[in-house]
Design a protein around this ligand. Structure first.
Ligand SMILES: Cc1cc2nc3c(=O)[nH]c(=O)nc-3n(C[C@H](O)[C@H](O)[C@H](O)COP(=O)(O)O)c2cc1C
Length: 184
């Protein structure tokens, strides 16, 4: 037997995206976003209602997306609870420091090791922000011996849309484009 839940946003693992933007004075901000993901090899789409972040994106036509990780889980949740419209010291309270991307006018959050640097392509239905990924920068401390991102060293968290928890990703269980060949 299966139980029906109706229309729900259940698709796991759901990313924890921390969006970085600059305001009109060049002040950095960050917010947490769940509704979105990769929609092409160099494209990302995020569903955003009205926030300081969306004002910033529309102004600068740029944003960054960093993955929330276990080490910074509390800060990542905090930037999803509090708006820069109400808290001037939001970034300081989160413990986030930033460096401007060399590719787009948007801040890289130094504490989060993996960042997609994006140019705004367009906004559809007033809420769906499509970004072109123009660069990905990764802190060397989470690179493996092959020079690529290592999920042994980096612990992104995933958002549980059922009970509102954050979970760490688990162990490697297989090899893509390979293990299925056993059934050919
Ligand atoms: C786990 C989590 C997921 C969220 N996902 C979204 C989202 O997908 N879209 C959205 O518009 N807001 C989302 N929010 C809410 C914003 O992060 C929140 O309103 C934030 O304070 C906006 O900050 P800002 O006004 O400084 O930009 C989420 C918050 C949390 C905690």
């Amino acid at each position: 037997m299966r139980k029906d839940f109706g229309a729900k946003p259940f698709l796991f693992p759901q990313p924890v995206m921390i969006i970085g933007t600059y305001d009109e004075k060049g002040k950095a901000n960050a917010m947490n976003a769940a509704w979105g993901g990769i929609v092409g090899p160099d494209e990302i789409m995020i569903d955003l209602s009205s926030h300081k972040t969306t004002d910033n994106i529309l102004l600068q036509k740029a944003f960054t997306v960093s993955m929330g990780d276990e080490e910074h889980m509390t800060a990542c949740d905090y930037v999803g609870l509090v708006s820069a419209n109400k808290e001037e010291d939001k970034m300081e309270k989160a413990g986030f420091t930033t460096t401007e991307s060399a590719f787009v006018h948007a801040p890289i959050i130094n504490e989060l090791p993996v960042t997609l640097e994006c140019r705004l392509v367009n906004v559809t239905d007033d809420t769906k922000f499509l970004g072109k990924i123009v660069n990905v920068s990764i802190d060397e401390r989470v690179l493996g011996e092959d020079g690529e991102l290592s999920l042994e060293k980096f612990s992104p968290i995933t958002y549980d849309t059922v009970h509102y928890g954050y979970y760490r990703l688990g162990e490697k269980v297989g090899n893509a484009f390979k293990d299925g060949a056993a059934l050919k």
